[in-house]
Ligand binder design. Sequence first.
Ligand code: IMP
Ligand code: MG
Length: 194
Amino acid sequence: MNELNHPIKPAEDLPEILISADRIAQRIAELGNEINRDYVGLNPLLVGVLKGVIIFMADLIRIIEIPIEVDFIAVTNYSPVSRDQGFVRLVKDLEIPIQNRHVIFVEDVVDTGMTLNYLLQNLQTRIPASMEVCTLFNKPKHRLINLPMRYIGFDLPDKFVVGYGLDFHEQYRYLPYLGVLSPTQYKSRFAYNG
Ligand code: IMP
Ligand code: MG
């Protein structure tokens, strides 16, 4: 692939910082310590929703000092008509049974709430002892379904964000901070995709 059609932006054109790596780390330490206090003796199972959650999960579990277990689930949002209608399909199930377990759902971002709603309903049928949600980022503006969320890192404005695990067409997950794409960055990526 030559330089002209390479999709990755040059280093000087990175998304603008919305929340710095330091602020994210500080907030995750607070969330992790809340979990340390709330789950003493319960050996909770942290369930991460792939792929955006990988960086948050990695940082969160290194704050936690009580025994926990970790598993992952993967979904895809799809619809025969339009991707925007909030249909969700499971593409990778859990490996650990959750019956009678204290489950903490770990999410990178909750936007409409459709993904989380599907997952909570699905896992509720397996009769866990308890189920709570821990999301690093919360975008309340477009919420379609109100779900109880016990741990929330940051409430975000109505912007499409990338970095710290979150992607735009699979790009930018690696940024250590949370960023906002400029209109030019949006457009050039769409142009590349044709
Ligand atoms: P939902 O609308 O709450 O179901 O969120 C669905 C998924 O959309 C999330 O798990 C993210 O993968 C993605 N998403 C929502 N908002 C953003 C964003 O601002 N940046 C990157 N991904 C997002
Ligand atoms: Mg995503």
